[in-house]
Design a protein around this ligand. Structure first.
Ligand code: FES
Length: 104
């Protein structure tokens, strides 16, 4: 189990537990914060959009072309934007901090 720090869309901060090997989207979808992930992790809906804490962004593999294309089409894109369905959790992600992007 690893712990993640999440700021929801209302600005409330939470600490959640997640399973190594799951995607970040799967961990977030367990909670009632509006992460609908309607494409199921196929990198085609953008409803799993998050902003990673700057220091934590480097702990995940870089954005690939499919993710980049979709993120570029989202309304609330920032430098730190990632699609949480593309981020697989491992022990090194313990303590990662992130914020849910507004609903698209
Ligand atoms: S769940 Fe659809 S893009 Fe991530």
């Amino acid at each position: 189990m690893i712990k993640l720090k999440v700021t929801d869309r209302d600005g409330q901060k939470h600490e959640i537990e997640a399973q190594e090997g799951d995607t970040l989207m799967e961990a977030l979808r367990e909670h009632d914060w509006g992460v609908s992930a309607i494409c199921g992790g196929m990198c085609s809906c953008g409803t799993c959009h998050v902003y990673l804490n700057e220091e934590d962004g480097g702990k995940f593999p870089p954005v690939d072309i499919d993710e980049e294309d979709l993120v570029d089409m989202l309304e609330f894109t920032r430098e730190s934007s990632r699609l949480s369905c593309q981020l697989t959790l491992s022990a090194e992600h313990n303590g990662v901090s992130l914020e849910l992007a507004p609903e698209e």
